[in-house]
Ligand binder design. Structure first.
Ligand code: SF4
Length: 409
C-alpha cells in the first residue's frame, strides 16, 4: 500500500521531464481583500527559476503516471517498466493547500498520463482545479496540462479555473510524432490549440465589455523536445514561428531530450548539449521581441544548427558587418535591437535618454551589462569603433571563454 509520500516521490519525479510550467503572464489575483487563500503575486511567495529557466516554485506533479499510450520518448509510456502511482483528486488538493500554506510553492502544475480515456483523465485533472478554486477559494497559480483528445467542454472547464493551459506538441515535425508517438495526432493537437486560442480571445473581448465577465486561462503554452529526433534548430524555430502565429501561444518551451530509464531503442543514446536548448531560447526571444525572422537567424547558423559558441544575435551580426556601426544617438529602435548586447529594456532607456542629451559610451555602459560585446558595433558621442567590424579575429574576441563545466554538458 503506497502512502501519499510514496506517491509524491514517484509522481513528482515523473513530472520532471515537462518544461512547460513557467508562471509568467498570470493575471494578478490578490486575496488580501477577500476570504480566498493565496495570490499569484505578493510578499512571501517567490518565483524561483532553475538556471536552465525551469520554474521551481510550483508543485509540479502528475495525477498518475499510468498511461495507456506508448510514446517512445516518455518514461510513463505503457511499455515502460517504472513504478506506478496514482493520486486521488482529494490527495492533490490537500497537498497543494498544505504546501501553499507553508509557503513552499506558489501554485500547482498538474499533468497526467492517460487512464481509461482522455475524457475521464481530463475530468479528474479539471476536478482538482475546480475543487481548489471553488471549494477552497484557492487564489494561487494553476497550470493544467490538457489532453488534446478530450471533449472541448472539458477544455472549457479547465480554462475557467486555470491561469495557464498547455498542450505539448512534443516533437517539431509531424513525421517524428508519427514515428515516436503513433497514438498522438497532430490534427487533434492543432484543433485543441485552436479551440483554446478562440476561448482566450473570446474571454479577453468579454472582459473588455465587462470586467465581471467570466475569465478564461490567460494563455497557452507548449513544449518541444529537442534532440529526440533529427529535426535541426531551424526546423524547430520554424515550427515555433507557426505556433506563435497560428495559436498565439504565450511560450514555446524547449526541453533538451534526456535519456530516460528503460529507454526505447528508437531514441538516441546521448542527450544533446544543454547549450543547444539555451541557444534555441535565445533565438526564440529574437523572433518574439527583437524583430528577427527565422530566415535572418538562419544566416548565423551552419547546417541548420545554431552556433553553440556564441549567441544567435552576435552570430547574425558577424554575418552582417556592413550594417554596423550603429549610431546610438540616431538609429531606429529596430536597428538598436539588432546590436549584440543590447536588450529591449536598455534600448527603451536609450531612446528615452537621448531625447534630452547625446549618449556617451559611459551612458551605454550604465544601461547595458555587456557593453564590451556591443562596442565594435556602435558609435556614441565619444566613441568610434575604428573599423572593428572589419577585424578577422572579431568572433574570437567576442566569444565567451569556455568553462570547464561546458566540456561535460
Ligand atoms: S500520452 Fe503523455 S504520459 Fe502518456 S506516454 Fe504519451 S507523453 Fe507519456
Amino acid at each position: 500500500m503506497q502512502t501519499v509520500l510514496d506517491k509524491l516521490a514517484i509522481l513528482a519525479d515523473a513530472a520532471k521531464y515537462d518544461a512547460s510550467c513557467a508562471s509568467s503572464g498570470a493575471a494578478a489575483r490578490n486575496s488580501l481583500a477577500t476570504k480566498a487563500i493565496g495570490s499569484t503575486e505578493g510578499m512571501g511567495i517567490c518565483h524561483a527559476y532553475a538556471p536552465d529557466g525551469r520554474c521551481i516554485s510550483l508543485l509540479k506533479i502528475l495525477l498518475t503516471n499510468y498511461c495507456q499510450f506508448d510514446c517512445h520518448y516518455c518514461v510513463n509510456r505503457v511499455s515502460s517498466n517504472v513504478k506506478r502511482a496514482r493520486f486521488s483528486v482529494e490527495e492533490v488538493v490537500d497537498l497543494t493547500l498544505g504546501f501553499y500554506k507553508r509557503n513552499y510553492i506558489e501554485g500547482l502544475f498538474l499533468s497526467s498520463g492517460i487512464i481509461q480515456s482522455p475524457d475521464y483523465t481530463m475530468e479528474q485533472v479539471v476536478r482538482v482545479a475546480e475543487t481548489l478554486r471553488h471549494t477552497h477559494s484557492f487564489g494561487g497559480y494553476i497550470h493544467l496540462k490538457t489532453i488534446p483528445d478530450a471533449d472541448p467542454a472539458l477544455l472549457a472547464r479547465a480554462g475557467a479555473v486555470a491561469d495557464r493551459l498547455s498542450i505539448n506538441v512534443e516533437l517539431p515535425q509531424e513525421a517524428s510524432l508519427a514515428r515516436l508517438a503513433p497514438q498522438k495526432s497532430p490534427e487533434r493537437i492543432r484543433r485543441a490549440m485552436g479551440t483554446i486560442r478562440l476561448k482566450i480571445e473570446e474571454s479577453k473581448e468579454a472582459i473588455k465589455e465587462s470586467r465581471k465577465a467570466p475569465r478564461f486561462s490567460t494563455g497557452q503554452s507548449t513544449q518541444m523536445i529537442v534532440g529526440a529526433d533529427r529535426a535541426d534548430d531551424l526546423a524547430i524555430l520554424d515550427t515555433s514561428r507557426n505556433l506563435y502565429g497560428n495559436y498565439k501561444l504565450s511560450r514555446v518551451y524547449y526541453s533538451a531530450f534526456s535519456p530516460i530509464p528503460d529507454a526505447s531503442s528508437m531514441l538516441p543514446l546521448i542527450r544533446p548539449p544543454l547549450m543547444r536548448e539555451h541557444r534555441l531560447y535565445q533565438a526564440d526571444w529574437l523572433m518574439r521581441f527583437y524583430g528577427f525572422s527565422v530566415e535572418e537567424i538562419a544566416t548565423g547558423s551552419a547546417g541548420g544548427m545554431l552556433d553553440l559558441a556564441i549567441d544567435p544575435k552576435l552570430a547574425w551580426a558577424l554575418q552582417h558587418r556592413d550594417w554596423f556601426p550603429v549610431d546610438v544617438n540616431r538609429a531606429s529602435r529596430e536597428m538598436l535591437l539588432r546590436v549584440p548586447g543590447f536588450g529591449t529594456k536598455s534600448v527603451k532607456q536609450m531612446l528615452s535618454s537621448r531625447r534630452w542629451r547625446r549618449l556617451r559610451l559611459e551612458d551605454i555602459a550604465r544601461l547595458c551589462r555587456g557593453v564590451k560585446s556591443s562596442m565594435p558595433f556602435i558609435t556614441a558621442e565619444d566613441w568610434q569603433p575604428g573599423g572593428a567590424t572589419d577585424r578577422l579575429d572579431l568572433r574570437k574576441m567576442l566569444s565567451p571563454p569556455c568553462h570547464q563545466g561546458e566540456l561535460f554538458a
